[in-house]
Design a protein around this ligand. Structure first.
Ligand code: SAM
Length: 283
């Protein structure tokens, strides 16, 4: 691949998905895109680039999707789910007691382990949420992962990564070599294709946003832009959960770190939130 071809692909990916490829990632492009070039009936990347320059829209989408990293697992990093159960939900149960509704957005859901981990945590709350309207909206750029999300089917390997055995027994049914999440948990999650670079204001306003392990692929300006738009779709007393390698610090004033809870942030306009935040923090 020539430097010009590399630059073309780098620019295309940045524009379409936010992926900020450094100059030394040629091997990554080759390993992910050569199989796609063959599938498209061309021998290699230079010819694939020619096709892409011709504006072959479905092919562009396939290239963008092939370059996404979909690594995920149940209860990934554990701590965010401890914060969810121990800090976020106690605050929300109190703050939303009158309204009895909760909207949660999982903004880069990949194959579904994250939104389903959230759903299982909520299920464990049992009677505390009886009569509540709870929505979990799971979105991702990639269509292929969302199909897997919807099916709720996971391999033996996937259910052995992070999922406590009690939850496997309780919420999954073995079907051949796979495990399927039971319908009640699947029904708690709605799926939509969504690119975080595009306008997402039509999703409505959320109480809790999980946006984990996706911003790491973006450059600083793109992260700042996404944070600015996330701030517009989160309640003033809402919660934002980022991945272990992500932060708002130095990128936006729209969110601030939640005291003593790694990865957890609250909107900076959190005036209405103070009583609920204090109640949760004192637990
Ligand atoms: C590494 S996975 C993280 C999954 C999950 N949040 C977790 O932490 O386990 C990153 C996901 O972000 C998605 N993604 C990448 N760029 C995106 C974009 N511009 N908009 C929405 N999703 C994107 C990818 O398709 C991929 O599924």
């Amino acid at each position: 691949m020539t430097p010009l071809d590399y630059e073309f692909l780098r620019k295309l990916l940045k524009e379409r998905s936010g992926l900020d490829l450094s100059a030394d990632k040629q091997y990554l492009l080759e390993s992910r895109l050569i199989p796609l070039a063959r599938k498209a009936g061309v021998p290699g990347l230079p010819e694939l680039v020619q096709k892409l320059k011709g504006g072959a829209e479905p092919l562009i989408a396939e290239v963008v999707e092939a370059m996404t990293t979909n690594e995920t697992f149940f209860f990934r990093d554990k701590v965010p789910f401890d914060h969810f159960k121990g800090t976020i939900m106690p605050a929300m149960l109190q703050a939303r007691a009158a309204r009895r509704s909760l909207r949660i957005w999982c903004a880069a859901a990949s194959t579904g382990q994250e939104p389903y981990s959230i759903a299982m945590c909520l299920k464990e709350l049992g009677a505390a949420l009886t009569g509540w309207r709870v929505e979990i909206v799971a979105t991702d750029l990639a269509h292929s992962v969302l199909e897997k999300c919807r099916a709720g089917l996971f391999s033996q390997f996937e259910v052995q990564r992070g999922l406590p055995i009690q939850l496997l027994v309780k919420h999954f049914t073995q079907t051949g070599e796979l495990w399927q999440l039971n319908a009640d948990i699947r029904a708690m999650v709605q799926f939509r294709q969504l690119n975080l670079l595009h306008d997402f204001s039509n999703l409505g306003v959320f109480d809790i946003i999980f946006c984990r392990n996706v911003l790491i692929y973006f450059d600083q300006d793109t992260k700042t832009n996404v944070f600015g738009r996330l701030a517009k779709v989160i309640e003033p007393d809402g919660f934002l959960m980022l991945g272990a390698a992500e932060t708002v610090v130095g990128l936006t004033e729209a969110f601030k770190p939640y005291p003593d809870r790694r990865g957890l942030y609250s909107p900076n306009s959190a005036r209405a939130a103070q009583p609920a935040l204090k109640a949760a923090a004192s637990r």
